[in-house]
Design a protein around this ligand. Structure first.
Ligand code: URA
Length: 296
């Protein structure tokens, strides 16, 4: 256990303590081969921005870019937080706006006529920078004829290492939950909203989810299950198209219609990782599992 940060003497940092502290804060993956001096990068970006029309003193006057859009006027004027380096902009390549990236994900997803083609399309997709820091693309696992598909949020450390969804501690609990309603992992299909692990298991950004959503929708369409279960809030909000949190959404049912006209019953339940931290909520999870078994 590292010392509390307030005890650090910044002029005399023990490198090991500093590393342990970073690890505990969730910075547990190296995402580039070389260290990056972000202070230097932000100074040169600020200077470039000041020299470009529509930024700096003129920020917000460009009719092509509404005030408050991605120009980040406060940063360009040097008053806001440092601009992020390329590739760190909420997980997107800066050359690709989320809108363009989402459209290209839509096109790639729609063109995939089988799970193999969809997997290849995701592996080829360059519109989400999470792919750069991930060790593997985590596509999905289970029976392609499954009546039940479970959709989590994003791969964790173990999933990223193995390239398979739900193989870490929350996967073990998920297996036990499925067994409790008489289902084996091999009989269902399991995937995630995002196919790449966010560094340090941080929560995916709205933009990352928006870009990858067409892939998970096509994934469901190609399997054509009877029931889709969202595991956790990110998955539930995305697939149920709701702003409400998981506490409100769990146990509720909706119908989801796919582009090809097929329909499935859609519900949500607590994420197994949350249940591991909050075992008293397993009572509600058990209720949700019984409802799912009945629907099947
Ligand atoms: N949590 C998720 O949401 N998905 C996984 O695959 C693993 C953990």
């Amino acid at each position: 256990m590292s010392k509390p940060i307030t005890d650090f003497d910044v002029n005399n940092l023990d490198p090991f303590e500093a590393l342990v502290w970073q690890f505990e804060m969730g910075a547990d993956e190296a995402i580039a081969d070389e260290p990056l001096d972000r202070f230097k990068a932000s100074e040169s970006l600020r200077q470039n921005a000041a020299n470009r029309p529509g930024f700096g003193a003129n920020a917000g006057t460009n009719p092509q870019r509404p005030a408050g859009a991605s120009a980040r006027p406060a940063q360009a004027a040097g008053t806001g937080p440092a601009p992020m380096p390329a590739g760190a902009d909420g997980g997107f390549l800066l050359s690709d706006t989320p809108h363009e990236a989402r459209q290209s994900a839509r096109d790639a997803a729609a063109a995939a006529n089988s799970l193999e083609e969809l997997k290849a399309a995701i592996e080829k997709f360059e519109g989400c920078a999470l792919k750069k820091s991930a060790s593997n693309t985590v596509f999905g696992t289970g029976s392609v004829e499954a009546k039940l598909v479970l959709v989590g949020e994003a791969p964790g450390a173990e999933e990223d290492r193995q390239g398979l969804p739900f193989v870490g501690p929350s996967g073990k609990l998920l297996d036990a939950m499925l067994r409790s309603i008489g289902l084996a992992r091999e009989e269902v299909y399991i995937t995630n909203i995002l196919p790449w692990r966010p560094p340090g298991n941080r929560q995916p950004t709205t933009a990352e989810v928006a870009v990858c959503e067409p892939f998970v929708r096509r994934h469901l369409e190609l399997i054509g299950p009877k029931v889709v279960v969202c595991l956790g809030g990110s998955s539930a909000k995305t697939l149920m198209e709701e702003d409400r949190g998981i506490t409100r959404l769990r146990g509720t049912w909706k119908e989801v219609a796919f582009a090809d006209g097929k329909k499935a019953d859609l519900t949500a339940m607590f994420h197994p990782a949350y249940l591991l931290r909050t075992p008293e909520q397993k009572r509600l999870a058990w209720r949700d599992l019984r409802a799912i078994a009945q629907k099947l």
